[in-house]
Design a protein around this ligand. Structure first.
Ligand SMILES: Cc1cc2nc3c(=O)[nH]c(=O)nc-3n(C[C@H](O)[C@H](O)[C@H](O)COP(=O)(O)OP(=O)(O)OC[C@H]3O[C@@H](n4cnc5c(N)ncnc54)[C@H](O)[C@@H]3O)c2cc1C
Length: 574
């Protein structure tokens, strides 16, 4: 037995020197090489560990994201969803207290008044990952994030058709409360997790927007906390009407929202949807314009819901819908879209373009869809984003086995992204909504087809655009007799064809984005700002009106450190 380290050394060297009967010099050489390798390995241990625990997972998450999303992501997302639901239930049972609204407002007010650093801008403390957008809202870490624990429906008044809500009430929470009572919001944006605060300060659109406008059109009152700590109530015709009109599209840069009153309408259990296939661009553009009511038949024959899905420049299915009572539904034609094994909605609609024998179909098809299923027709496939993440997601076997796990939460997808996938997404993945006057729709579709190298489907959602003095959104350039103009949201989500075909170099996101945005301004259009903003400040100010906005920021103490301007909050160029 060796007694000391030295003895051990001698013993090892003796053993080594006689290793396999090799010559002492060969053995010494091998030993030295091994020792050097061990030393290098020890030195590189950290690097190897880093590669194993960091680079390898990054590689797998980046290069095999769809397998990871399917095998790990979907079950984890289910747990994540469960945790968020528990959190929701916890808030509901332990934190929900509509009667405490005023007391809570006072606490929030104190945070704003007593903040130490008055030069660091204010924002809500809602984490960036929770926002239903592709943006990370990184500014939250650096700014004065104000806790706003306001999650309650404060009052539902079915006589006056008004609901009063706190800003972090979600669309899902609200429709679950309202629909069983026979009421709904005039427009219900697609995802359950969207919040009323986000939809008012940002924007919201849906297939009833040709009748009711963007989300802000259904607000009747806003309770707001100003940068100097004052709380004001703003309506369309009181002393704060200028602020009332300027809050939409302000992205939390004028005031913090504390509550809002929204309009209600009666609803029915089902929607009767008529799908009309088209094989000619001008035909589907014209059909949508007619359904929109822009040719002066608004309110009479205009359907409750209108939307289009374009599958190429020349093919689209235009859908119109009406509320209908359950007893009037013809049973053979019902379609419960929310059943887990149902095909993705846009795939189901695409099939209507052609008959079984491959010939073009030109005949309308009618279906009856339960109201909540209609509201969430694009949720299962996150419009068509799921196809990129799980290409086999619409396969019938996948749907039967795992369809009930779909879709993963947007918040989970954001959290599980690596820096590499985030950068890849930023470079190649288009996710934008462009609001264009319908008179320019045909031309804009050609531009998108060209610049985004045939990304399809496109979401086509009409909306009535009315003047909003003081807001960033410019007034209609060519208004009709009522001062309004009909617009269409062209939603472009996906990868350009060259990227699909592994010719990524042919696509330059910044260049294409800026070209499209430039033309969009010429067409009197706007970009929805939940998406990445690629404009320079000058280009941004050309698209959105800043004159009155800046006056209002001064008047209501939003400038001078309290809130940043919208561009400074949303731009990816900065
Ligand atoms: C998959 C997907 C599907 C979508 N579907 C639709 C759709 O069908 N229809 C549609 O219109 N849009 C849709 N959107 C876009 C969505 O409308 C916007 O991203 C929306 O603004 C985000 O809502 P949010 O509740 O997550 O708000 P956030 O992103 O958290 O907030 C939006 C803005 O409002 C500000 N804000 C929020 N609360 C307050 C407050 N209390 N006080 C002051 N400022 C506040 C925030 O600071 C932020 O600037 C979709 C987006 C994605 C990613």
């Amino acid at each position: 037995m060796p007694k000391s380290g030295n003895d051990l050394g001698v013993l090892i060297s003796k053993k080594v020197l006689t290793l396999n009967g090799m010559s002492p010099y060969t053995t010494l050489g091998i030993t030295l090489s091994a020792a050097t390798a061990v030393t290098i390995l020890v030195k590189k241990r950290k690097k190897i560990a880093y590669a194993f625990f960091n680079d390898l997972p990054m590689y797998i998450l980046t290069e095999h994201r769809s397998a990871v999303v399917t095998i790990v992501g979907l079950p984890l997302s289910l747990l994540w969803d469960g945790a968020l639901q528990l959190r929701g239930q916890y808030i509901k049972y332990f934190k929900s207290a509509p009667h405490l609204h005023d007391a809570r407002v006072e606490i929030i007010q104190e945070q704003v008044k007593n903040r130490v650093d008055k030069n660091t801008p204010l924002c809500t403390a809602r984490p960036g990952w929770a926002s239903v957008s592709l943006s990370y809202r990184n500014y939250k870490k650096k700014w004065n994030a104000i806790e706003i624990p306001l999650y309650d429906i404060l009052n539902i008044n079915t006589d006056n058709l008004i609901v009063r809500v706190e800003p972090f009430v979600s669309i899902g929470q609200l429709t679950h409360a309202l629909n069983p009572m026979g009421y709904t919001l005039p427009l219900v944006p697609e995802m359950d997790d969207l919040t009323i605060g986000g939809l008012i300060n940002g924007t919201g659109i849906e297939s009833s927007s040709h009748k009711y406008g963007l989300f802000h059109e259904i607000i009747t009152e806003l309770e707001l906390l100003l940068g100097d700590g004052r709380v004001v109530i703003a309506t369309a015709d009181n002393e704060y009407s200028d602020l009332f009109h300027a809050i939409p599209w302000s992205y939390g840069t004028l005031a913090l929202l504390l509550s809002a009153k929204l309009k209600l309408i009666p609803c029915k259990d089902y929607v009767k949807v008529t799908y009309t296939p088209h094989h000619d661009k001008e035909a589907y553009v014209e059909h949508m314009r007619q359904l929109s009511g822009e040719y002066n038949n608004k309110g009479n024959t205009t359907p409750m819901f209108v939307e289009g899905l374009a599958y190429s420049l020349d093919t689209a299915v235009v859908m119109s819908g009406e509320f209908i009572d359950a007893e009037d539904v013809s049973r053979g034609s019902t379609n419960r879209l929310s059943l887990w094994w149902k095909p993705w909605f846009y795939k189901h609609v695409e099939k209507m373009l052609f008959l079984k024998n491959g010939a073009r179909n030109n005949d309308p098809i009618v279906e009856y869809i339960p109201l909540r299923d209609y509201y969430h027709r694009h949720t299962q496939s996150l419009f068509w984003e799921m196809e990129l993440m799980i290409p086999i997601g619409n396969n019938i076997i996948f749907r039967w086995l795992l369809g009930w796990l779909m879709p993963p939460k947007v918040s989970f997808l954001k959290i599980s992204q690596t820096e590499m996938t985030r950068l890849l997404v930023e470079k190649t993945h288009v996710a934008q909504d462009f609001l264009v006057p319908t008179r320019k729709m045909s031309k804009f579709l050609e531009l998108c087809d060209d610049e985004y190298d045939r990304i399809y489907p496109l979401w086509l959602c009409l909306h009535d655009h009315s003047p909003m003095p003081g807001s960033l959104l410019k007034d209609p350039a060519k208004p009709g007799a009522n001062g309004h103009e009909m617009y269409v949201d062209v939603g472009v989500y996906g990868l350009p064809r060259c990227v699909h075909e592994k010719r990524e170099d042919e696509f330059d996101m910044k260049k294409s984005m800026r070209k499209v945005l430039k033309e969009l301004v010429q067409m009197d259009g706007f970009q929805m700002l939940y998406a990445d903003v690629f404009n320079t400040r000058e280009e941004f100010e050309e698209m959105f009106g800043h004159e009155e906005y800046r006056l209002l920021r001064k008047k209501y103490k939003a400038d001078g450190g309290a809130f940043k301007e919208v561009y400074d909050k949303m731009s990816v160029i900065l």
